[in-house]
Design a protein around this ligand. Structure first.
Ligand code: OAK
Length: 795
């Protein structure tokens, strides 16, 4: 530690010519980022040497998204030097929390899938497993959301400005990626070779982000690729006076890593998106293969030493890229290359939403990646032939990789990987029984489940130090090291003083959040009210609209039926994909409700609605510890797993949910008396949709629905969209909000009643915390390690 503080002083002197007394907060921030990074890089050096020596198997985790969250606090915490740094800074007049605030959230992801990737990197590193993440160094991460008159506006997120201090540029490991052009078969003295002509080269520059583990020597790396033109600007055009053209190709090349696509669970065939996918998969594969060859002088044993994990289908071009490298660069035959390939890849599916299953039109794809297209097409031909040969009564309409001139990436992944997993039991069952049933028939045993998990060190240890400290003292076990030991808390279920202490901690976190709300929205919220939280991407299937409808119902009851409910604060935070009109309408609706209530002194005594803008990891860290109720109300069968549900449970919130995704497993873990479940099951949803769902019937047949929707219309003031949304619910309601409304209402009433029994609520909350051990990312990643990857710790 002494050396760490000395390093800070030295950095300030050398870099800024400042002593610590004269330094600015910004300079302290930079010093801390750089010194922490370099300290981790040094640890990494020793770790990687041990790994190389042991010649053991490694995992490469491919993901278009890593929602890293702020790194500085996580790294200091993991290095075990947070409190010393804090003291050192405070002795010199600085507040560490204010320094943390300077760091931007590296928003290199949209939501669940990206955050999961980061939770897994953290958990695997803490457990000393060798894993490398690969993704893109987006110059602009997920947009910054500003709410203006209730409507979402998007602004660029220039995170590298301050975020760059965590990265290490590895100029020695640049690679070239080839787009467009033509490939020709050419006979040479060594046999048939593939020759590329007229292609457009793009350079991938590597930047490494160190991933630290908790109290361990392990340091893994997240490698992020940045695109740049090969050869800078065109000198010939420049000399001819064509200045703008001369830099055009440079700009086009750099556009590849310019921005993160802000669409969550939605796929629109975009040329730039294909380029992004091939860019980072080709760069990563080239590097993996090169390193492997250097270490072993052969690629014959690639599948023994390497697992490449594909995080949803976005990195699926890894598969044909490996085939290409093996055949075109290392002269393997098709059969040998294929044998290696299908033993190397494992694939996780994160959604069954039809619009999210990636498909590329052949016409768009083939000119950009001619050789890769040929390989995919050949994989498909051989797969279809094999199906016929085995005589399986298989449905090639459903299974063919290329169908109706579209390339179906999930099919490519299933055919080419040795393992396919879903992310919760229910979701994995749906994959097997429904979405990919024909594949499951011909590949028995290939489909498995690994229920998601969360990095509890961040989501409890760092986000809720008050609760962590208390539990540490109470339980006298290191549950931060091993979350399963948190179940010892169950012993205190009948201990009122423990229940009271937990309640007091919740109150502290609510007060902190209330301050944030005041500062950011101007709203004053009652910290004795129930904090009812729905925070996640804005998507119709997640049904923020159902939540809004319940608030409208309460408003009506308070105003016209003299209802005096126990006070509640409804907290929302969510980003909508920029092109998703209905999602933006739902945000507008929520903001309009918030405004109307705020203007009504009769109503605002009881209920308040807060929409916190710019949902991101660091904001989630503030909201989650303060939540009483965790709204997990997706239409059953649609949410693959959810992970926010786990973070909230771990922090003592009670789940109000449908039997969907991992809610089902939360229900099993805590028992029916410690959760609020409502709504149709996934089978009932399928049945109803097969029979034909007509929301209007629910509207006509239920007085409470009718009254609520009719009341909703009366709120429309021309500037709001109450009428528009009411029409939508009555005429379409694609995710069946109306079908579930009454049973939702019933559970909401039960919540209100239960909350007032402070001991009972406290006990339920305790049971939730105590049973959250299975949702640690340590458990989830251990399952990947044992069941799928078969790797060992680096000792
Ligand atoms: C995003 C883009 C395409 C496909 C899936 C996603 C995605 O984020 N899916 C989410 O993944 C999470 C992690 O597995 C799950 O918890 C969410 O339920 C799922 O929607």
């Amino acid at each position: 530690m002494d050396s760490f503080t000395k390093a800070i002083k030295r950095y300030l002197e050398k870099r800024f010519g400042n002593s610590i007394e004269d330094a600015s907060e910004r300079q302290i921030y930079q010093a801390l980022m750089v010194i922490t990074r370099d300290k981790l890089a040094e640890k990494r050096y020793h770790y990687i040497n041990k790994l190389k020596e042991s010649e053991q198997k490694r995992v490469y985790y491919m993901s278009m998204e890593f929602l890293v969250g702020k790194t500085l606090r996580n790294n200091l915490y993991n290095l075990g030097i947070e409190s010393e740094v804090k003291n050192f800074l405070s002795e010199n007049g600085f507040v560490l929390d204010k320094i943390y605030d300077i760091e931007p959230d590296p928003g290199l992801g949209n939501g669940g899938l990206g955050r999961l990737a980061s939770c897994y990197m953290d958990a695997l590193t803490s457990q000393e497993y060798p894993i490398t993440g690969f993704s893109i160094l987006y110059e602009f991460g997920i947009f910054k959301q500003v709410i203006s008159n209730g409507w979402q506006q998007e602004f660029p997120d220039n995170w590298l400005d301050l975020g760059k201090y965590g990265l290490i540029y590895r100029s020695d490991e640049e690679v070239e990626i080839k787009f467009y052009g033509e490939t020709k078969e050419q006979w040479t003295s060594d046999g048939l070779r593939i020759k590329y002509e007229d292609y457009t080269p793009i350079i991938a520059e590597p930047y490494d982000l160190m991933i630290s583990g908790y109290e361990t020597d392990a340091v893994n790396v997240l490698r992020l690729w940045k695109s740049k033109a090969s050869g800078g600007f065109n000198m010939r055009l420049f000399e001819q006076g064509e200045y703008s053209k001369s830099v055009e190709s440079k700009a086009i090349a750099e556009s590849i890593s310019k921005l993160l696509y802000p669409a969550d669970d939605n796929n629109k065939g975009k040329e730039l998106r294909i380029k992004q996918q091939y860019f980072f998969t080709s760069a990563s594969l080239q590097q993996i293969v090169k390193m492997h060859y250097k270490a072993y002088n052969t690629l014959d044993n690639l599948a023994e030493k390497v697992v490449i994990h594909i995080n949803d289908t976005h990195p699926s071009l890894c598969i044909p890229e490996l085939m290409r490298i093996l055949m075109d660069e290392y002269e393997y035959s098709w059969d040998k290359a294929w044998e290696i390939t299908i033993k190397t890849f494992a694939y996780t599916n994160h959604t069954i939403m039809a619009e999210a299953l990636e498909k590329w039109s052949v016409d768009l794809f083939r000119p950009i990646l001619p050789r890769i297209y040929t390989i995919i097409s050949e994989i498909n031909n051989r797969f279809c032939k094999w199906c016929k040969d085995i005589g399986a009564s298989v449905d090639l309409e459903e299974m063919s990789i290329i169908h109706n001139d579209m390339i179906r990436m999930a099919n490519l992944c299933i055919v080419s990987s040795y393992s396919v997993n879903g992310v919760s039991k229910l979701h994995s069952d749906i994959l097997k029984k429904d979405t990919f049933k024909s594949f499951n028939r011909i590949y028995p045993g290939k489909f498995t489940n690994v229920t998601n998990g969360i990095a509890h060190r961040r989501w409890l240890g760092q986000a809720n130090p008050e609760l962590t400290k208390y539990l540490n003292e109470l339980l006298e076990v290191d549950f931060i090291k091993d979350l399963s030991s948190i179940e010892n808390l169950l012993e205190y279920k009948s201990d009122e003083s423990v229940i009271n202490n937990l309640e007091n901690i919740k109150k502290i976190k609510k007060v902190q959040l209330a301050e944030y709300i005041k500062k950011n929205t101007g709203l004053t919220v009652d910290t004795n009210s129930i904090f009812d939280v729905q925070i996640k991407r804005l998507h119709e299937y997640k049904r923020q609209l159902l939540n809004a409808l319940h608030i409208i119902y309460l408003y009506k009851e308070i105003k016209y039926n003299a209802l005096k409910p126990y006070p509640r604060t409804f907290i929302f935070s969510a980003k909508a994909s920029s092109g998703y009109v209905m999602a933006k309408n739902i945000i507008k609706l929520i903001c309009s409700i918030s405004e109307i209530i705020e203007m009504d002194p009769e109503v605002r005594k009881y209920i308040k609605v807060v929409f916190l803008e710019d949902y991101r990891v660091s904001l989630a860290e503030k909201i989650i510890p303060a939540a009483d109720v965790s709204e997990q109300i997706s239409q059953a069968g649609k949410e693959a797993s959810g992970t926010g549900n786990m973070k909230l449970m771990l922090n003592g919130a009670l789940t109000l949910g449908t039997m969907d995704g991992a809610n089902v497993e939360i229900y099993n873990a805590v028992g029916k008396d410690n959760i609020f479940i409502f709504g149709l099951s996934s089978e009932e949803v399928s049945d109803l949709s097969e029979r034909g769902y007509r929301s209007e019937e629910f509207y006509q047949n239920s007085s409470v629905i009718k009254e609520t929707i009719d009341f909703m219309r009366t709120l429309d003031n021309g500037d709001s969209n109450f009428n528009y949304m009411a029409d939508y619910l009555v005429s379409r309601d694609p995710y069946m909000c109306l079908a579930d409304f009454e049973s939702y209402l019933e559970q909401q009433k039960l919540i209100e009643k239960t909350y007032q029994d402070r001991i009972k609520w406290g006990q339920m909350s305790l049971v939730n915390i105590a049973n959250s051990g299975i949702f640690s990312a340590d458990r989830a990643t251990s399952e990947y390690v044992k069941e799928i990857w078969n790797i060992k710790k680096v000792k």
